[in-house]
Write a protein that binds this ligand. Structure first.
Ligand code: GAP
Length: 444
């Protein structure tokens, strides 16, 4: 993890939030490469789950909603973690994460066993809507995106004319005042979720939960996280939420241990039922074919953007020993992202920066590709060093504009470039005219 964290800072993937003021525990900023990586992930999720399907609709709800939503969903009452205070150093820790020695829990900060009893701590951040700070206008920052989907179920149904089964998908920020944020961006206090609520007839719920498990495993494979690295935890009876008939946790082998990436929960009609009860509104469904009214059941695949981004970084990180032209060995650090996730798709490199025809040509190639993908132009330093810089950023392709390109070695090679592959470091010659199609085919 240390190596990954240091690379992420050095290359501009992730910074500590408010760093110049000492940071803020549980909050992170994404830099130029990090924001591209995260955007590629979200865009691909949206493409797979919304645009490529006829049975899904997208939405984007507000972060702050009427407090009644959180009363109905049960979050105001029960969305809490057990917390314990250390009576000696006054640090506060999650009761279920305290270290233990000889059967006795102790404070991870000072080692003291002088701890308070566990008590519940609600994880929702509070604020007030409007100028008065009273209980009447208390609001919460949403701790999950899902509730905005449930309360909009009828709006989406009525405007989209979908029929069961169908889903509503949303990507957005969520906030939890975690007692102990930890493991870098794995557990933070501000994060993003990618959630689907897939509404169905009650008799289809179990089978659709297995269907979504398979869909989600395929998704991870298609972004470069192999199935062999994902552990499927079938949560047993008694450990699931009381309303859930089936829950799978998908866990990834992070360097700090196997930990949750996503949950796929069959939540029955619990959420819509609760909102019907509390709002008094008819959030049910009329089946034209059977002339039957029913409250749909729901299967919820809920993934974390930041956790998946971290998994992408961990999976991509590699160090290998390579030998340069002079026979010296060195360590090559490379992020082996799937090309569709890579923050920079292609680097355009003129062989020399003091040769105007090379520079001109390289800039023209970069400009022609920019509307289609994230391209990086770099003319500074020896070509080998520039390749290494791109390896560290995870750029799958480098294009070098050399004297052949500008026709100095005869017409056959004019308007061709060297295409260098990140993983194999192999190089091939390709016509500029074919470059865009080649790259698009590999990054889509
Ligand atoms: N609507 C269901 C729900 O929110 P969850 O298991 O609490 O379920 C879903 O959260 C996903 O959101 C998790 O699998 C994880 O990827 C992400 N997530 C939850 N808490 C997080 C945190 N504190 N930091 C980063 N990601 C988090």
């Amino acid at each position: 993890m240390e190596k990954i964290v240091s690379l992420c800072k050095r290359r501009g993937f992730i910074f500590q939030s408010s760093e110049i003021y000492g940071g803020l525990n549980g909050f992170w900023d994404y830099g130029p490469l990090g924001v591209e990586l995260k955007k590629n992930l979200k865009d691909f999720w949206w493409r797979r789950n919304v645009r490529e399907r006829d049975d899904m609709e997208g939405m984007d709800g507000s972060i702050i909603m009427n407090r009644a939503v959180w009363k109905a969903s049960g979050h105001e009452e029960t969305f809490s973690d057990p917390m314990v205070d250390c009576k000696d150093c006054h640090s506060r820790n999650r009761a279920d994460q305290l270290p233990e020695k000889n059967g006795e829990k102790y404070c991870p900060n000072c080692g003291s066993r002088n701890l308070t009893e566990a008590r519940d701590f609600n994880l929702m951040f509070k604020s007030h809507a409007g100028p008065l700070e009273s209980d009447d206008n208390l609001v919460y920052l949403r701790p999950e995106t899902a509730q905005a989907i449930f309360v909009n179920f009828r709006n989406v149904l009525d405007t989209s004319r979908q029929k069961l089964p169908f889903g509503i998908a949303q990507i957005g920020k969520a906030f939890r005042n975690e007692i102990n944020p930890r493991n870098y961006i794995f557990r933070s206090r501000e994060f993003e979720q990618m959630e689907i609520e897939y509404f169905c007839r009650p008799e289809d719920g179990m089978q659709l939960t297995d269907y979504w498990l398979e869909e989600r495993l395929k998704f991870y494979e298609d972004i470069g996280i192999p199935r062999s690295k994902i552990h499927i935890k079938d949560i047993p009876d008694g450990e699931r939420a009381f309303y859930s008939k089936k829950t799978y946790d998908l866990e990834y082998e992070f360097p700090f241990g196997v930990s949750e990436l996503e949950g796929i929960a069959y939540r029955t009609d619990y959420d819509l039922g609760k909102h019907i009860e509390h709002s008094g509104k008819p959030l049910d469904y009329f089946d034209e074919a059977t002339k039957e009214r029913l409250v749909p059941h729901v299967v919820e695949p809920s993934a974390g953007v930041d956790r998946t981004t971290l998994a992408l970084l961990c999976e991509a990180f590699d160090e290998e020993t390579v030998t340069d032209e002079k026979g010296n060995s060195e360590t090559r650090t490379v992020l082996r992202f799937h090309p569709r996730m890579a923050p920079i798709k292609c680097a355009i490199l003129p062989l020399l920066k003091n040769k105007p025809p090379l520079v001109e040509k390289a800039r023209a190639v970069a400009t022609s590709l920019k509307p289609f993908m994230n391209v990086f132009y770099d003319e500074a330093g020896a070509i080998g060093r520039r390749y290494r810089r791109q390896d560290e950023a995870g750029t799958p392709f480098c294009v070098t504009i050399d004297f052949d390109t500008i026709g100095e070695n005869g017409p056959e090679k004019q308007d061709t470039v060297t295409l260098r592959h990140r993983d194999s470091m192999a190089q091939e010659r390709i016509a500029i005219a074919d470059l865009k199609a080649y790259l698009l085919e590999h990054i889509l």
